[in-house]
Design a protein around this ligand. Structure first.
Ligand code: ZN
Length: 615
């Protein structure tokens, strides 16, 4: 429960009274007047003719296409992924109504602690603005600015992530906040300044560092990470744990990633906030990161509220891979779908993007993330030398233990075949004996589960309760394909005609489908390719933005039919992947209800579908 009952009706009514739903919806949907109501393209489902309506008189929205309806509260809940209290808070803030509840989701009377919190957030916001100003507009900030630019952090990113610079002074922020009547004892509790060791007065906590603000999930600045410019230590200095900043609960960039996550349900989880920033520039905008701590169950809860699928993108070194292994168990244990992005040569995401570029990062790393089982097998393979029989045997035993834990028989079979080829086993009898060994281990595991002494694989108990479905691996790849196609279509009528014939409006991303529909209509009027003229026909802020970003960022180098077919193929595969996912779920249901015959039939279907996809 989200604590619906804990927020008094008067508060809810006040929030609704002080926000006009037309304004709220208007921030996301282009509305045009139509008699007593306004209409526009529904933001909750894909459509080309508007069936989404807003009735000002009743202050409600309703979609005749997908049936979604409600007040401004349900609208922001649906679109921003807010919980009920979060939606109320958001709307209260928009209307300038004082926020009168605390940090949790429960309603609380205004109390001194909340006032202190609000004041401390204000201090953080002002301090962040100051640091940012110094970086961008003063000679003191020049070296830091050069440092950032040299590391591929351009001004757009600096703006987006409100990066700043704390000069070497001992008391710049102390003076700045004192002048604004902040209680420095409180500010010290928030970790912006430190008390002098002799107990007299305060000094700035962060000096001569590049400053990265850290936001809470609602987009309020609650802490900082400061990085040195030279070799001095510590390299990163974070805010201490405070009433605002709790490392084990906070994920970096949730407030900016949320709308991107909402579109696909998919989250990319990084180890560090610097990776999130670089990935953002590489058009991976659904990235969040832990702040210098291992993933906790609180993080996992937050991730579950955001999406249903997590792609781990940890450093490629041993420490990163070991951390990924732990995170997999925690994430899968909570029922999230997990995939693992594999970085080559022990690189971290930042290094990979710099070395190989954004496009390869999206394609070869994020979109090619593997299942956890495959990840475990690859890691095992790395740690064993297969030249000798002894190494082979140990690798085989360890690998079989991993495969035996896979629930789906189809998947198990697939991994066993891979394993056989790694071990250079051929012939049906060799594979059959692998299968038998695997089945024996599986049986043993299940017995242990029943006996409750399965300490090593505690998570496996959970997994038996809730089947974890392998995520389709190519979600971001099709997004890339759709954007690339559109970019080409913007420039070329022939391409647009070709795509119209072969793909039509079957884009998987709603906005892309709408952009294509508008483009077909535009060319159908006999107009020439002219991006700004086309843009003017959209009359929708969000579509305009999407179109502009596509036309600016993605210009495929080649332009031939084979490339177009390749993109179209990738896009058309997506519904089939979803079909496979659905079938896998069905199969598990059948297995569970003991209908082995039906499960086997579905397995056949899945294999057929997968083969179709490979063609
Ligand atoms: Zn709808």
């Amino acid at each position: 429960m989200n604590g619906y009952g804990l927020i008094p009706d008067e508060v809810r009514d006040e929030v609704l009274k002080r926000n006009d739903i037309v304004d709220i919806v208007g921030q996301y949907v282009h509305l045009s007047k139509n008699g007593k109501y306004l209409k526009g393209l529904c933001p909750f489902h894909s459509e080309k003719t508007p069936s989404f309506t807003v009735t000002p008189e009743k202050q409600i929205f309703h979609c005749y296409g997908c049936g979604k309806s409600g007040t401004a509260i349900q609208f922001v809940m649906g679109l921003e992924g807010y919980s009920y209290p979060e939606a109320i808070t958001h709307l209260a803030e928009l209307a300038g109504i004082p926020i009168i509840w605390g940090s949790g989701d429960s309603y609380a009377e205004r109390n001194p602690r909340n006032e202190a919190k609000d004041r401390l957030i204000e201090a953080h916001e002002l301090t962040a603005k100051m640091y940012h100003y110094i970086l961008m507009n003063t000679t003191e900030g020049q070296e830091a600015l050069r440092y950032l630019r040299e590391r591929g952090i351009n001004d757009k990113l600096i703006e987006q992530f409100q990066i700043g610079y704390a000069p070497p002074n001992w008391d710049m922020i102390v003076k700045f906040l004192t002048k604004r009547q902040f209680d420095l004892a409180l500010v010290e509790k928030g970790g912006i300044v430190s008390a002098r060791t002799n107990g007299e007065g305060y000094v700035d906590r962060f000096r001569n560092r590049v400053m990265f603000p850290i936001w809470d999930r609602r987009g309020r600045i609650v802490g900082f990470a400061g990085r040195v410019l030279d070799g001095s230590q510590p390299k990163y200095l974070n805010s201490p744990e405070t009433m605002l900043f709790n490392k084990s609960k906070l994920l970096y960039n949730v407030h900016q990633a949320r709308p991107h996550i909402k579109r696909s349900g998919e989250i990319v989880l990084f180890e560090g906030f610097a990776d999130v920033i670089q990935a953002w520039e590489a058009q991976v905008m659904n990235g969040v990161a832990t702040m210098g701590t291992a993933l906790t169950s609180e993080h996992v809860q937050l991730l579950k509220q955001l999406g249903d699928s997590v792609t781990l993108c940890y450093d490629g070194d041993d420490a990163g891979q070991a951390a990924a292994m732990k995170s997999i168990d925690l994430l899968e244990g909570s029922g999230l779908h997990v995939a693992v992005a594999m970085l080559p040569d022990r690189m971290d995401p930042d290094e990979f993007i710099k070395a190989h570029g954004a496009e390869r990062f999206r394609h070869a790393i994020i979109a090619s993330a593997v299942t956890p089982t495959k990840f475990k097998l690859i890691s095992l393979r790395r740690n064993h030398i297969l030249l000798e029989d002894d190494g082979k045997r140990r690798f085989k035993d360890a690998a079989l233990r991993v495969v035996a834990q896979v629930e789906s028989p189809v998947e198990r079979e697939m991994h066993l075949k891979e394993l056989a080829s790694l071990l250079e086993l051929s012939g049906d009898s060799a594979i059959a004996s692998l299968k038998q060994e695997c089945a024996n281990i599986r049986q043993k595991l299940q017995k242990n589960n029943q006996n409750g002494d399965n300490q090593d694989n505690w998570w496996n108990n959970v997994r038996n309760d809730k089947q974890v479905i392998t995520p389709p691996v190519l979600r971001p790849a099709y997004v890339y394909a759709e954007r690339s196609l559109l970019a080409l279509m913007f420039q070329d009528i022939e391409v647009s005609n070709y795509v119209e014939r072969n793909l039509g409006e079957q884009f998987n991303v709603d906005d892309h489908a709408a952009l294509a529909a508008y483009l077909y209509a535009y060319y159908a009027q006999g107009k020439e390719p002219d991006f700004s003229c086309y843009l003017a026909t959209l009359q929708d802020d969000r579509l305009e933005k999407t179109a502009a970003s596509i036309s600016m960022a993605e210009v495929p180098l080649r332009n031939d039919t084979a490339l177009l077919d390749d993109y179209i193929g990738q896009i058309l595969k997506v519904p089939r992947h979803r079909e496979i996912e659905r079938k896998k779920e069905e199969m598990v249901q059948a297995e569970r209800s003991g209908d082995i015959l039906r499960a086997a039939q579905i397995a056949q279907d899945i294999i057929a579908l997968e083969q179709q996809l490979k063609r």
